[in-house]
Design a protein around this ligand. Structure first.
Ligand SMILES: NC(=O)c1ccc[n+]([C@@H]2O[C@H](COP(=O)([O-])OP(=O)(O)OC[C@H]3O[C@@H](n4cnc5c(N)ncnc54)[C@H](O)[C@@H]3O)[C@@H](O)[C@H]2O)c1
Length: 252
């Protein structure tokens, strides 16, 4: 089950954290992984780590917000390792310029929210645009977007435009699922809960973990396991869904 040998996967924003975990998980199942990140050094390091562990990976650095760069990079990946069968739209940030700086909407500038919507929504559109035609021609494809619980529920955390962008991505994926279901292409979204790997302070970890029913934060490995399922042949009947991966924080 969940054998991805022979499949080509591209994971955006895979230079660290959640995307890195997803890239490793797909590679462990046999996929050849194009590791994207805006930072070329991060992408290369993860690709090298995967290769060192016996997996197959190449670095594919580009900015998901730049459609020309995305189109060019997908063409290069196709020429080097094959057309993308599995796209994981993971690149995203809750603040502009890759920061987690949050802000109430009343204090937000247009530049601030454009940066957030650019990466979390337009980045997804750009990559799906580049990935879809070859998938439809092949009659097989998997589109997976890493969204957030903030795209489903209101929060008093200063993430309103991030939530709007993630909600947009969730809605977009539902429509892609319907348009492309007859062609063997599925499209699903993960509404991810808290994965705060960089928070080391035990007090803070406890503060964020306590409200989660399973009493722990998520991990990149949790996200990787779900991505493997959604990327697999076995998930062919799963499409158009938004799956909450959040330790039970929300249920539906
Ligand atoms: N960590 C969490 O608690 C959490 C919760 C819910 C959802 N998410 C979502 O999961 C995804 C991954 O989150 P993370 O915490 O691992 O993020 P992260 O900031 O740790 O890593 C994201 C990576 O994406 C890259 N990136 C950013 N903008 C890019 C661009 N324009 N083009 C290409 N690469 C770009 C960054 O360089 C970085 O290496 C994001 O979409 C995020 O919104 C995360």
């Amino acid at each position: 089950m969940f054998d991805l040998n022979g499949k080509i996967a591209l994971v955006t924003g895979a230079g660290q954290n959640v995307g890195e975990g997803i890239a490793h998980a797909l590679a462990r199942q046999g996929a050849t992984v194009a590791v994207n990140d805006y930072h070329a050094d991060r992408a290369q390091k993860v690709a090298d780590d995967i290769t060192a562990k016996g997996g197959k990976a190449v670095a594919a650095p580009f900015d998901v917000t730049d459609l020309d760069a995305v189109t060019k990079a997908f063409a290069e990946v196709a020429a080097n390792i094959g057309t993308v069968d599995i796209l994981v739209n993971n690149a995203g940030t809750a603040g502009p310029n890759e920061t987690m700086k949050v802000s109430p909407f009343r204090e937000m500038s247009v530049d601030y929210w454009r940066g957030i919507i650019d990466v979390n929504l337009f980045g997804v559109l750009n990559c799906c645009k580049a990935a879809l035609d070859p998938m439809v021609e092949k009659g097989w494809g998997r589109l997976i977007t890493i969204a957030s619980g903030a795209g489903n529920v209101g929060l008093d955390m200063g993430v309103s435009t991030y939530g709007a962008a993630k909600a947009g991505a969730i809605g977009f994926m539902r429509h892609l699922a319907m348009e492309n279901a007859p062609y063997g292409v599925t499209a699903n979204t993960v509404a991810l809960g808290m994965v705060l790997r960089n928070v080391k302070d035990p007090e803070l970890v406890k503060k964020w973990s306590d409200p989660i029913p399973v009493k722990r934060l998520g991990t990149p490995e949790d996200a990787g396991a779900l991505a493997v399922y959604l990327a697999s042949e076995e998930s062919a009947w799963m499409t158009g869904q938004t799956l909450g991966l959040n330790g039970g924080t929300t249920t539906s």
